[in-house]
Design a protein around this ligand. Structure first.
Ligand code: AMP
Ligand code: MG
Length: 327
């Protein structure tokens, strides 16, 4: 029987610690976000350093806010990947030192699968996940023993694309939320809409949006058109995944899923095909420790057999590499 689980997230810019009880009650959700210097992108080593400094306090704060002591924790879970090497190693080190000190099991889990499984806390049972974050854009669902990637970006993640556009037009990091605020319709500028089979491509869309801005189009109008185009592409692929798999639940995950327009579009699409759209609250859409704790807890409750590999980070730990023994 799995007791209370502490989860550590550190794959990219967010260092986070979450605590969850076996019935899914969230007991703590603490985060600290690394912000790159003005005008630059994320620097993996600097982000890793930020996480190394932040994690001990995040663990203390999480225990305090849950009103628990470390001896109440019976499992520690961390994100093995995918992510940036220095960031992943920092989280794994924190998990190992916490776990070894308490002599409790340590489990490394897949970050993308965690975004999907948190949807089950919202009431979904077997959803298609539209996962739109900084580095990742994937449409994922469970099928025949594995989580399969039904479609994904062929170049950059949508969030990184929005951040890049933001940086070039003078918005501070992260650009996504600022683009959302600026966005103003109803005039839709024609931008490249690249869905190729079940995959998407965003870099041409970002470049083209920048060119429209440089050639004198209003920023508000470019932001609006960029959002409409990118979100329609993502929803189209998610819809086709629902159709192919015959599933009728959609879950949104990743930082970009904080966007109200994307939420609205996904809800409309789901409704039109009699599916249910589950949208976790924003603190659970962004990278967080709760989903890492939850996935570790679900895996162990499902008799997952720990091995040497569960202790090692893997920068390229793809969604479909996870052997699913807990469903
Ligand atoms: P994550 O990698 O899941 O932590 O998400 C971070 C990404 O989400 C960044 O690229 C942000 O720009 C993006 N993001 C956060 N909030 C919003 C929003 N309201 N609209 C669009 N993108 C957002
Ligand atoms: Mg993420």
């Amino acid at each position: 029987m799995v007791g209370i689980t502490l989860g550590i997230e550190s794959t990219a810019h967010t260092a986070a610690v979450g605590i969850i009880s076996p019935d899914g009650t969230i007991l703590a959700d603490e985060k600290s976000i690394y912000t790159p210097e003005k005008g630059s992108g994320i620097h993996p080593r600097e982000a890793g350093r930020h996480h190394a400094e932040a994690l001990p306090k995040l663990i203390t704060d999480a225990l305090l806010s849950a009103n628990l002591s470390s001896s109440d924790i019976s499992l520690v879970s961390f994100a093995r990947g995918p992510g940036l090497g220095p960031c992943l190693r920092t989280g794994a080190t924190a998990a190992r030192s916490f776990g070894h000190k308490l002599n409790i099991p340590i489990i490394g889990v897949n970050h993308c699968v965690a975004h999907l499984e948190i949807g089950l806390l919202e009431g979904a049972t077997d959803p298609v996940l539209l996962y739109v974050s900084g580095a990742n854009t994937q449409v994922i669902a469970y099928s025949n023993g594995r989580f399969r990637v039904f479609g994904e970006t062929l170049d950059i993640g949508l969030g990184n694309g929005l951040d890049k556009f933001g940086r070039e037009v003078g918005l501070e990091f992260p650009g996504g939320p600022k683009i959302e605020k600026l966005s103003e319709g109803p005039n839709l500028i024609n931008l490249p809409y690249s869905v190729k089979g079940m995959d998407m491509s965003f870099s041409g869309l970002i470049t083209s949006s920048l060119n429209k801005f440089k050639s004198g189009q209003k920023l508000e109008n470019v932001c609006y058109s960029l959002q409409e185009t990118a979100f329609a592409m993502s929803c189209e692929v998610a819809e086709r995944a629902l159709a192919h798999t015959g599933k009728n639940e959609l879950v949104l995950g990743g930082g970009v899923a904080c966007n109200s327009r994307l939420r609205e579009m996904a809800e409309t699409m789901a409704k039109e095909r009699n599916a249910t759209c589950f949208v976790p609250e924003r603190s659970l859409c962004v990278d967080n420790g709760v989903m890492i704790a939850w996935l570790g807890s679900v895996m162990m409750a499902g008799d997952y057999q720990l091995s040497e590999i569960d202790n090692q980070v893997d920068q390229k730990f793809r969604t479909d590499m996870v052997e699913v023994s807990w469903r």
